[in-house]
Structures are given as structure tokens and as C-alpha cells.
Design a binder for this molecule. Structure first.
Ligand SMILES: [Zn+2]
Length: 302
């Protein structure tokens, strides 16, 4: 069984200029590119008369002006947030002020794993204080003047992660759950590998024909990609279990084996991703942790 992930890294765009993705769907890419954000955060505008925005992106004046300009004088009535990571949510309040739109995000009154603690992925990455005007939960349908979006709760990358489905066009806005340019980062305690795998399986039950992700280009044949990501995680989990069985007992030693040759800029994310797999192995009773499950623990086979 070969691990055959292929990524699509070509993407035609100019920062700040809208691109047509489908009838009534446009994308504006924010200029916040980096090792975890690829070319930058994708902001989508949906509708023709009154618009919805998905993910305002960073709090950046030029990007906000580009979104308003892309709206072309049409009102923006709703702003959706796929999750409370700063590269998606930070521009929300200023865009709300500029447009009068209502903000919609996953119901923050529910307990959101890891999102209250001071963690490695804490305030630097997550806006713990963001409160939307409308709490959304799995299965909710939100209607605008000429669009309807269905909420699909997909925890894993983040506990509050929502994909948003434009069922009329079989398009799923997949946020950071499924992307074309790279796999999703699963960083505990906020990120959960068990949830992520369940949320991938949830998308296999759907019939979307196109995913439009939070970073990177469009993802055609999305179910094939989801199946490949599931296989990739299964193989990585097996590789980590084998390494632990062969005496690798720390996250650092596992990272240097599993991610050998990875650039320094992604080693921190890789360490958290390995921890996410070890957490799942631990939950399945295959691995023990001493003194407790943490990034600096020692791991041994059960
Ligand atoms: Zn992101």
C-alpha cells in the first residue's frame, strides 16, 4: 500500500483581485502567505444581489478594501467564519463595521476542546474572544437573498471548524479541513486526530463535486482527495506506531524519523501533528505515555 498523496500547488490569482470560481462565487486571496497559509487566506464572496463572505482573513486594510471592491456596490449581508484561527477571523469585526453584515460561526457556547487553555497553539493562532452574532451548529441552513449555505461541522483541525455547503452548485467551502496544496495541520490540544478522521469520513457521505478551500486552489474530484487523506493518515499512524515499537520514545525522535528532511519552518507543526497521532494511539490502548500525554512525554508500546 503506497502513500500516494499528490498536492496541487499551481494557483492562478493576483493578491487583492477577485477570481471567478463558479457562477456567483468569487475568491480574493489575502496577502498573508507563509509556510502554514500557502499564498494566503482565501476569502470567498457568494451571491449576485446580496452577498455572503466566507472568511474575511487577516485584519489587513488592503485585503478589506479588496473584498469591498469585489462586492461591486452590492451589500454584504453575512460574514461566515470557518474557524477561529487568526488568519481567517481577524478581519471580521472591521469588515462587519464597513458593511453592517451579521457574523456567523460555530456555536461558541459549546465546549471547544483546547480553546480555553494557554496552549502552544493558544492566542497567537486562535481568537478566543470572538463572538459571532449568530451561533451556527451542524446542519443549520442559512439563507441569503439568492444563496443558501448549509453548515457541516467538521472538527479536527479546530474544534469549531465548519465547512459550508452551497448545495445548489454541489460546492463545499472546505476551510482548513481539506485543502488542495497540503494536508491539514492537527495540533493538540485544540486539534484532534480522532475528530479529524471522523470529519473526513463525514465528507465521504456527501456528493459535493468541488471543494473551495481556505488556502490554495480549487479541489476537483474531492472525494478521491478525501480518501487519499484518510489513507495517508492511516499509513502515518502505522509508521509512528512502528517507530515507537522500534524504540523511538520522544516526539523529537519521531519527527526526525517521520519528517526527515522537512524544513525547519514546519518542524513545530510536525511535532504537534505527531503528538496528535500518538494521542489517538494512546486512546486506542496501543501506546503508553509517561508521565502523561504531552509533547515532552516518553512513549512506549503497550
Ligand atoms: Zn488557515
Amino acid at each position: 500500500m503506497a502513500d500516494t498523496l499528490t498536492f496541487k500547488t499551481d494557483m492562478a490569482f493576483t493578491h487583492g483581485k477577485p477570481s471567478n470560481m463558479a457562477p456567483g462565487v468569487r475568491r480574493v486571496v489575502a496577502n498573508n502567505g507563509g509556510p502554514l497559509t500557502f499564498h494566503g487566506t482565501n476569502t470567498y464572496l457568494i451571491g449576485t444581489n446580496a452577498l455572503a463572505v466566507i472568511d474575511p482573513g487577516p485584519d489587513d486594510v488592503a485585503h478589506r478594501e479588496a473584498i469591498v471592491q469585489a462586492a461591486g456596490g452590492k451589500p454584504i449581508t453575512h460574514i461566515f467564519i470557518t474557524h477561529r484561527h487568526r488568519d481567517h477571523v481577524d478581519g471580521t469585526l472591521a469588515l462587519k463595521r464597513a458593511t453592517g453584515a451579521i457574523t456567523c460561526a460555530f456555536d461558541g457556547t459549546r465546549s471547544l476542546r483546547g480553546m480555553t487553555a494557554n496552549t502552544p497553539t493558544g492566542r497567537a493562532f486562535i481568537d478566543l474572544d470572538f463572538v459571532p452574532d449568530e451561533d451556527i451548529k451542524d446542519g443549520d441552513q442559512i439563507e441569503g437573498e439568492d444563496w443558501q449555505l448549509d453548515a457541516v461541522h467538521t472538527p479536527g483541525h479546530a474544534p469549531d471548524h465548519l465547512c459550508l455547503a452551497l448545495n445548489a452548485q454541489k460546492i463545499l467551502f472546505s476551510g482548513d479541513h481539506v485543502m488542495s496544496w497540503n494536508t491539514s495541520v492537527i495540533a493538540p490540544p485544540e486539534g484532534s486526530m480522532a475528530d479529524y478522521i471522523k470529519s473526513l469520513e463525514k465528507l465521504l457521505e456527501r456528493t459535493d463535486e468541488l471543494f473551495l478551500p481556505g488556502h490554495g486552489g480549487r479541489l476537483e474530484k474531492p472525494r478521491r482527495a478525501v480518501r487519499a487523506y484518510l489513507l495517508h493518515r492511516k499509513m502515518r499512524e502505522q509508521a509512528i506506531l512502528n517507530a515507537i515499537r522500534n524504540g523511538r520514545s520522544t516526539i523529537n525522535s519521531l519527527v526526525s524519523e517521520i519528517y526527515s528532511g522537512a524544513p525547519q519552518s514546519v518542524v513545530g507543526a510536525a511535532a504537534l501533528s505527531v503528538l496528535a497521532h500518538v494521542e489517538l494511539l494512546h486512546a486506542r490502548g496501543l501506546v503508553t505515555c509517561a508521565p502523561k500525554l504531552a509533547i515532552d512525554a516518553e512513549f512506549h508500546p503497550s
